[in-house]
Design a binder for this molecule. Structure first.
Ligand SMILES: [Zn+2]
Length: 89
């Protein structure tokens, strides 16, 4: 634990600082993404609850909103998935 988040931005490689002290990975100006993977991936599909973790900085997210979607869990069992710009706040 330290000033730097555990991981740099997955896209641009920038080092991210932690938003709060004494945490392992709480990027300031970025988001930590976690996944168990999914059926269909030939890279990551965890069967023992291991998570794949990556950080993406806010700048890289903003530059690529056309590649993002938002899932709203309250709108169905798995939620409704809509493209980022079409999501209601
Ligand atoms: Zn970045």
């Amino acid at each position: 634990m330290g000033d730097s988040a555990l991981l740099p931005c997955f896209v641009c490689g920038d080092v991210l600082t932690n938003a709060v002290p004494d945490v392992e990975n709480q990027p300031h100006g970025g988001t930590e993404f976690r996944t168990y993977g999914c059926y269909g991936s030939t890279f990551w599909d965890s069967f023992d609850n291991q998570e794949l973790v990556l950080n993406i900085c806010d700048g890289c997210l903003r530059e690529r909103t056309d590649r993002l979607a938002v899932r709203t869990p309250s709108r169905g069992f798995d939620g409704t998935l809509v493209h980022f710009g079409d999501a209601e706040a």
